[in-house]
Design a protein around this ligand. Structure first.
Ligand code: MN
Length: 480
């Protein structure tokens, strides 16, 4: 038996979400990625004696938002704690975090076919950055990131595969972007992930020693790190070696993990309540006010698109994935009932244009009303997809005119004229006489060849449905 199938993978994730607030968590220094080193710092960030932290209320608002989006209970009474440890990029010598009173508890994240429960979400601050690869002799420190607000989302150990871990993270990124609390860029460190990993034989319900893998900085590496660690632990058990409870570092450069610290030298963070920040009490009124400002979440949109608009699950998923894109679609469907055509246009010609130009839908120089009109014209068979892609859409961008005007001016309406269609079919038959014989001998695939030829010949302006109809009749000699 393959040993891999004998063991079950158990993963819990700790995800740090960096908030895109204007200022830092406990002072008014700028919170911005990519500024020149040590330019967003003040005595508070640097932890000078005598300075005092002050709560940034926007951090609390965003924590509540995330809690609501993830179905959590919001704690009314919030204390802050000091988590003490020494590190060169932690100038105070401690991190201000929430220990015993996380702002959110419970809740869950939905991934395909499953809910992953959330243990807690707490507010804390980021550390600065140590840089070891610029100066050959010295390590450098950039304190711009010190004090940047973080929300740490801790999941229950309910993730059972690398794919589930990936889906879970993707869902977090989608939601934090949707509700606008973070840009969710993993490459810039706005989403960072530590994984608690263990394995056990299928059928067992005992949790074995877990290993925490830190420093995972991309979606792909989350899967790689879990795979590596699962394989390593299975190998240990198969050789009767104990798996130690320890923290390991993931090294992206050579796709390996190495021991950072074992349980024996585990940190004692000497948590105690932060004396410089009074308890933060959140009223039900504040929570209710934030609830009202919440956008409709992707999951609810998905349900609306599939159930009310009868769109396919595939289309609905892509349409609901990004906030701006789905809001634009929602504007379109206020002006048309041809939802399927509107979805086809959005997911086809519009999406590929946005991708090609690397722009967001709000930079599209076409109004939602004109896309709605275009959807109607497509749905009514006045124009076809090819004409939209090749002529009308590019002209809508160029001229900002309505699709109706463009179609009239450029004579782009689909032709239903049977006579013209028959002439083109005859022409195609003359060009490929042998293929007509082959078709009648049973090669029905040749329909495609004739369709392509005739569409090309008519510059895509003929109604394909009608061509198909007449073509089949003609091939079968039903009409001469
Ligand atoms: Mn943390």
């Amino acid at each position: 038996m393959c040993t891999k199938t004998k063991y079950e993978t158990i993963v819990g994730l700790e995800v740090h979400v960096q908030l895109s607030t204007k200022t830092k968590a406990y002072c008014r220094d700028k919170n911005k990625y990519g500024e020149s080193p040590n330019s967003c710092i003040s005595p508070v960030t640097l932890g000078y004696p005598g300075t005092l932290p002050k709560i940034n209320s926007e951090v609390i608002n965003r924590a509540i938002k995330l809690g609501i989006a993830l179905n959590c209970k919001i704690s009314k009474y919030n204390l802050y704690s000091r988590k003490n440890y020494f590190y060169p990029d932690l100038p105070k010598g401690y991190q201000i975090t929430q220990d015993k009173t996380p702002i959110c508890t419970g809740g869950y994240i939905e991934i395909p076919n499953k809910k992953i429960n959330i243990t807690r979400i707490h507010m804390e601050e980021d550390a600065g950055k140590s840089i070891h690869d610029i100066d050959p002799k010295n390590s450098l420190v950039d304190y711009n990131r010190a004090g940047v607000p973080l929300l740490e989302i801790v999941s229950e150990p309910e993730i059972r595969s690398t794919q589930e871990a990936y889906s879970y993270l993707k869902e977090i990124r989608k939601i934090v972007r949707y509700i606008g609390v973070s840009d969710g860029n993993m490459e810039e460190g706005s989403l960072r992930c530590d994984a608690n990993i263990s394995v056990r034989p299928y059928g067992s319900n005992v949790l074995r020693n877990r290993v925490e893998v830190k420093n995972i900085n991309s979606f792909k590496n989350v899967m790689r790190a879990i795979e590596l660690e699962v394989a390593r632990q299975i190998k240990c058990y198969e050789n009767n070696i104990d798996v130690n409870q320890e923290t390991r570092n993931y090294n992206a450069s050579d796709n390996s993990t190495t021991v950072l610290r074992s349980k024996e030298d585990a940190h004692d963070y000497r948590y105690f309540t932060e004396p410089d920040i009074p308890p933060v009490v959140i009223s039900q009124k504040t929570i209710d006010e934030i609830k009202v400002t919440m956008p409709i979440l992707p999951k609810q949109k998905f349900i609306f698109y599939t159930q009310k608009l009868k769109l396919s699950e595939y289309d609905s998923k892509i349409l609901s994935n990004e906030k701006l894109f789905s809001e634009f679609f929602d504007k379109i469907i206020k002006h048309t009932k041809n939802y399927k055509s509107a979805a086809n246009i959005m997911l086809g010609v519009v999406k590929s244009y946005l991708n090609k130009k690397s722009i967001q839908v709000n930079d599209l120089p076409i109004s939602a009303i004109n896309i709605a009109k275009l959807s109607d014209m497509l749905s009514e068979g006045k124009i076809n997809k090819t004409v939209i892609e090749n002529s009308i859409f590019p002209l809508m961008i160029k001229t900002m005119k309505s699709p109706q005007e463009i179609a009239v001016e450029n004579k782009l309406f689909q032709i239903d004229d049977s006579c013209q269609i028959e002439n083109l079919i005859d022409k195609a038959f003359k060009k490929f006489p042998q293929k007509v014989i082959d078709f009648n001998n049973g090669n029905s695939n040749l329909i495609g060849l004739f369709m392509g030829e005739i569409m090309r010949d008519s510059n895509g302006k003929l109604n394909p449905k009608k061509i198909n109809e007449i073509l089949i009749k003609k091939l079968k000699n039903e009409i001469k």
